[in-house]
Design a protein around this ligand. Structure first.
Ligand SMILES: Cc1ncc(COP(=O)(O)O)c(C=O)c1O
Length: 407
């Protein structure tokens, strides 16, 4: 397919080399979470075995080493995203917390009664529910960009939704449920032309493609470490310094302050103003290691391999009688969401599991997408650069078997 040496890359991922129910594991649930390369596991072990200490406050050697590693991780992630400054990189637990931070801090300061927040019909619940909560609290309203039958955003409708009361656009770069790659640059340009800031949900983009926040010119960008080959419990909020400076803290506590008296607290500088309490130090180091790892493999090569897998997987699955792909956007990431005549997605998932094939079955935390396409659930195979054409053949055979058993 391409010059990608997938067998060599697979050696970096210990969890891939196991049997499940007596069959070799075929891990196709990467949009839920990815497996971890040995370098990330080693970085965590090394941190905990040698450097473990609290950051920013100790005067001893271990604390200095932990602080240097933690702040070094921030700078590595800043470079990966091409952010202008490490002050624009805020560590959070995951994409969900990053969105809640913006909702809570930006939203409470800049959104008022009668204002509007624009999202799209293909958002993950993490990029719907926080905005609903904000709108309820403020008396603002949520506007939703519709999608067509392929799962592409209706850009004319989008432009029409941008109005004088729109305070924020919050849209995904890649849909987890359908694989749609949205025209995010155009979305941002159109919003900026109307003076509206944009938050990009990059949870499904960072693991699979090059992301340059300055080229995108987004105001906020969020993602989770665990989907990008890093640890769970760590994620990033990128925010333009000009916005973060104007936003109040999200949580109060240690580390986010410069001085505290009972009369008044002076908040810390960016990004610490948004990082109350002891952070996930090992997680930040692990995430930086994961992003360095995929950058070293080459994000353009990763994208090319995953695209070739998507084309092959689409061909194999559409040949299965009674199978319908949900999500056929013009630009798609390597996500194959589908339904099978007469077979419930959960039953299909269980039968596939018996054959060693791990997929996700359900609404993928995107219930409005399921409603839009008139299905209760889909089966979803989501690919990563360590997947192989042979694994897709196993998937297609397993689906065919399931159809014979259940259909
Ligand atoms: C597009 C998208 N946004 C946000 C999230 C939320 O990610 P997390 O649960 O890691 O915060 C997900 C997770 O599936 C996702 O796919």
């Amino acid at each position: 397919m391409t010059d990608w040496d997938v067998e060599r890359v697979r050696k970096d991922f210990p969890a891939l080399h196991q049997r499940v129910h007596g069959q070799p594991l075929v891990y196709l649930d990467n949009a839920a979470t990815s497996q971890k390369p040995q370098v990330v596991i080693d970085a965590l072990v090394s941190y905990y075995t040698q450097d473990n200490a609290n950051v920013h406050r100790g005067v001893h050697a271990l604390s200095e080493r932990a602080t240097a590693a933690y702040e070094g991780a921030r700078e590595r992630i800043q470079r990966h995203l091409n952010a202008a400054s490490p002050r624009e990189i805020v560590f959070v637990r995951q994409a969900t917390e990053a969105i809640n931070l913006v909702m809570s801090s930006f939203g409470r300061r800049f959104v008022a009664a009668g204002d509007e927040v624009v999202i799209s019909a293909i958002e993950h619940h993490a990029n719907i529910v926080p905005w609903q909560m904000l709108c309820d609290e403020k008396g603002a309203s949520l506007k939703v960009v519709p999608v067509d039958d392929r799962g592409d955003l209706n850009m004319d409708a989008y432009v029409r939704l941008l109005g004088p009361r729109t305070r924020l656009v919050a849209i995904t770069q890649v849909s987890n449920a359908l694989g749609t790659v949205t025209p995010i640059k155009e979305i941002i340009e159109r919003a900026h032309a109307a003076g509206i800031p944009v938050l990009v949900d990059g949870a499904q983009a960072v693991p699979h493609q090059r992301v340059d926040v300055r080229d995108l010119d987004c105001d906020f960008y969020v993602f989770s470490g665990h989907k990008a080959y890093g640890p769970t419990g760590i994620g990033v909020l990128y925010g333009k310094e000009a916005w973060l400076e104007r936003m109040p803290p999200y949580q109060g506590g240690g580390d986010m302050i410069k001085a505290v008296t009972f009369e008044k607290t002076v908040y810390n500088d960016l990004p610490y103003k948004f990082e109350a309490g002891t952070p996930h130090i090992a997680g930040a180091i692990g995430l930086a290691t994961a992003l360095d790892y995929i950058a070293d493999l080459g994000l353009d090569r990763i994208e090319a391999w995953e695209h070739a897998l998507l084309i092959y997987g689409t061909e194999l699955l559409t040949a299965v009688p009674g199978l319908q792909l949900i999500g056929t956007a013009v630009r798609k990431a390597a996500v194959l969401s589908f339904v099978l005549d007469g077979v419930h997605a959960h039953d299909l998932g269980t039968i596939l599991d018996q054959q060693g094939v791990a997929i996700r079955a359900g609404h993928h935390c995107a219930m409005p997408v399921m409603q839009r396409f008139g299905v209760p659930a889909t089966a979803r195979a989501s690919l990563a650069f360590y997947n192989t054409p042979a694994e897709l053949e196993t998937l297609a055979r397993a689906v065919q078997n399931a159809r014979e058993i259940l259909g």
